[in-house]
Design a binder for this molecule. Sequence first.
Ligand SMILES: [Fe+2]
Length: 275
Amino acid sequence: MTDKFIKKTIEGLENSSCWGANELAMRKDQNLLYSLSWDNQGFIIENFLNPEEYAEFIKNVGIFFSETLSELKVSVSPTFNFSEYHKIAGEHHLDFINKIKHLDSKNFPIDKSIIEKRISDIMGFNVTNFNPTTKESVFHFRVIRPNFSDNNPIHRDTWHWEYKDNINIYVGLFGSDERTSLPIIPGSHHWNESKVKRTESGALINGIQYVVPATTEVSEEHSIIRPNPAENEVMIFSPYLLHGGAINESENHTRISLEMRFWKSNNELDKPTNT
Ligand SMILES: [Fe+2]
């Protein structure tokens, strides 16, 4: 996937774009991947939870989704295959996604410390889901239906003031595959901002206002890939990495995924920077 794919993600873009300033997107001390073997690519895929934890996690996600739909007068069983979500959501879709994004982590489907410990183990240092800038601990479910423009354009999370010095995770829960999962541009977290042309503020595409700006062009040689983590795998990636534009290219599967961010724990910040 190349520029053709970027063009596809911005079809109908209504605002103008310009090349970024001649500045590094990321300083060395902001890079939580620094000294890790996968810093060059900016992402890694690892096993997520142990089988019992994952079974409990996905069961509780199903219960939460079915209870939330029930509040909207849509009835499904907790064991409903949510990759079929687009068939039952109808006019309730926007209400549903508003109820399942930006959730307080005290309502995480399993003990939040389990996931913090797992991500800490992968990173090799302790992380926390507590955002020191916003003072929040939150997580999100993302829903991308087939034949709808539910996906964000390609962006860096760090174009938002509240996401600095952290890592992000993608876990596919339902309908996540090679046609629906999150695309990324490997290595792009190290690019100067001047290599990326983007809208100055949130993209306006076909009348839909997105919070994130849209990447419209890049000047560096690149490839766009969908790493496609399997069931019970987690993709960890840099918030400086260009990602998004997750067009659902399947005919009949809704993709639902978990998005959650982690920062270095305070007890890690006192330690010297990795060398
Ligand atoms: Fe993002």
